[in-house]
Design a binder for this molecule. Structure first.
Ligand code: 4AD
Ligand code: MG
Length: 473
């Protein structure tokens, strides 16, 4: 981009591309990270425009006409435009610096009020100023990495011919059957219409959609309709769960990526999930090297070696039953005792990934009772073709399965889960007409960002977190 200032044409550059401009005159716009005034009659301004973790050192000399009147008033957070010459920096710490010819101030930030001063601030506090936290080094890095993960996800699927499908956000079905749904209604909460024949019940026929609806907990069921037509599809959208889990790994609103593939069994599903995660991690290391180095130094100094190790080795694959027996023999003291049939807790998942195998683990063939109705029943009649991908520190990052493709068995499973097959007539039609083996999984985007960046709390990897009792901004 070029911009005219006076009679000369200057290149407007982003700081991420500054090194290409040595010897050139440029125009930079950004926010002041710090200002240091030297006795020699000039100031160092650490400028950041958000395009990379590395700031630009700008040298502003006293001779500039607004040096006393404006530049010396620019504290942390002030927004400025600099026209200057890019030179190779004599000092350590940066490859280039900019000698300012002019400094224009867009807006000051009063140092007595601006909440982001140099001192370290806690993540809890930064959550209370979530509108400003993207301006910090850490959150800038996290959200650039989040963006790279999203790009990598789309590339991964698009490069293999998967079709991106937009599944509905408002739906009448409960995919996971867990009943943890936010209701969507335009009825008056205080004065909802009652059924004529049963005043104890609300008459949803008078509601906007003429029936009870909710925010989606998963796009999978609708995704299956498209996989059994277009072969390989993926969804990428917001997902809502009203579970009252105040943990570092749960959000009430999160983003999920759900591929679904026709003519695919559990083996194919696991292969897809493994190459998917490896591609994401290597893309992030290749394309966000500066941010990842910063996070590795600042947040968790094991993330780079962990990601590198994961990309270079195979995931461990074993059945739920084998995992339970390993846990029982482990001699570990777990808060939740282990026995066949229990839903594995994070402490169990972490033992397997961190202590036993020291790498990602894919567990398969879970007890039917603890998994969703749509998973394919095994011949043993007790377990289903489920798979969870577990990673160190986070536990479950992906949940998936081969789907039940037999109409009768699926109807029976629905009844076991107290779901009405008539309401899912369209989902059953996929088995009624030209049924095929098919499989898919869901990756929680925020768990993936959390794992990649090393951030301890999932609330710090989504722009504006929604959790129980908290929906600010
Ligand atoms: O294991 P889940 O519930 O699987 C499904 O929803 C399937 N329909 C996916 C499929 O087969 N198409 O959720 C998938 C992933 C989890 O592994 C986890 O990473 C993430 O979604 N997840 C959450 N992330 C943040 N906050 C929550 N409350 C989450 N619940 C699930
Ligand atoms: Mg799950």
């Amino acid at each position: 981009m070029t911009t005219a200032t006076g009679d000369a044409i200057k290149m407007k550059v982003k700081q991420a591309r500054l090194e290409e401009s040595v010897g050139k005159r440029v125009l930079l716009q950004g926010w002041v990270r710090s200002r240091r005034d030297s006795k020699g009659g000039f100031s160092f301004i650490d400028l950041n425009d958000g395009t990379s973790i590395k700031g630009v050192q700008v040298i502003a000399e006293k001779a500039l006409e607004n040096y006393e009147s404006e530049i010396l008033k620019c504290g942390i957070g002030s927004s400025v435009e600099i026209i200057g010459d890019v030179v190779a920096s004599p000092a350590k710490g940066q490859a280039t610096e900019v000698k300012a010819l002019s400094v224009k101030v867009y807006g000051y930030a009063d140092p007595n009020e601006y909440p982001l001063q140099k001192k370290e601030t806690s993540y809890e506090y930064l959550r209370s100023i979530a509108h400003l936290r993207p301006r910090t080094m850490t959150f800038g890095a996290v959200f650039r990495v989040r963006n790279e993960i999203c790009r990598s996800i789309h590339n991964f699927f698009q490069n293999q011919g998967f079709i991106y499908v937009h599944t509905p956000i408002i739906t009448a079905s409960d995919c996971e059957g867990a009943g943890q749904m936010f209701k969507v209604s335009t009825l008056d909460l205080l004065n909802a219409p009652r059924k004529a024949d049963n005043p104890a019940e609300i008459d949803f026929e008078q509601d906007f959609f003429g029936k009870p609806t909710n925010l989606t907990v998963s796009g999978q069921l609708e995704g299956e309709c498209f996989a059994t037509a277009l072969h390989s599809i993926y969804t990428f959208g917001p997902t809502f769960r009203a579970e009252n889990s105040n943990t570092t790994r749960h959000l009430a609103e999160f983003w999920m990526i759900e591929p679904e593939v026709a003519f695919c069994d559990l083996e194919g599903d696991m292969d897809l999930a493994e190459s998917f995660l490896k591609t994401i991690f290597s893309d992030v290391m290749n394309n966000c090297a500066d941010d990842m180095e910063f996070l590795n130094e600042k947040i968790d100094n094991t993330i780079l070696s962990t990601l590198k190790g994961i990309v270079e080795s195979d995931f461990e694959r074993l059945t739920y039953t084998e995992a339970v027996s390993i846990l029982e023999k482990s001699g570990e003291k777990f808060d939740f005792p282990v026995k066949w049939g229990i839903d594995l807790q994070t402490e169990h998942e972490r033992y397997l990934t961190e202590k036993k195998f020291k790498k990602p683990v894919i567990l398969t063939d879970y007890p039917a009772e603890i998994k969703a109705f749509y998973m394919k029943m095994n011949a043993d009649g007790k377990t289903v073709r489920a798979m969870d991908v577990l990673v160190p520190k986070i536990g479950e990052i992906i949940g998936g399965s081969q789907r039940e493709d037999n109409l009768e068995i699926l109807e029976r499973r629905m009844k076991d889960f107290h779901l009405n097959p008539e309401e899912y007539w369209w989902y059953l039609d996929l088995r009624r007409y030209g049924t095929v083996p098919h499989a898919g999984f869901g990756l929680g985007l925020e768990r993936c960002v959390q794992f990649t960046t090393g951030m301890g709390n999932i609330r710090d990897v989504i722009p504006f977190p929604r959790t129980p009792k908290s929906a600010d901004f």
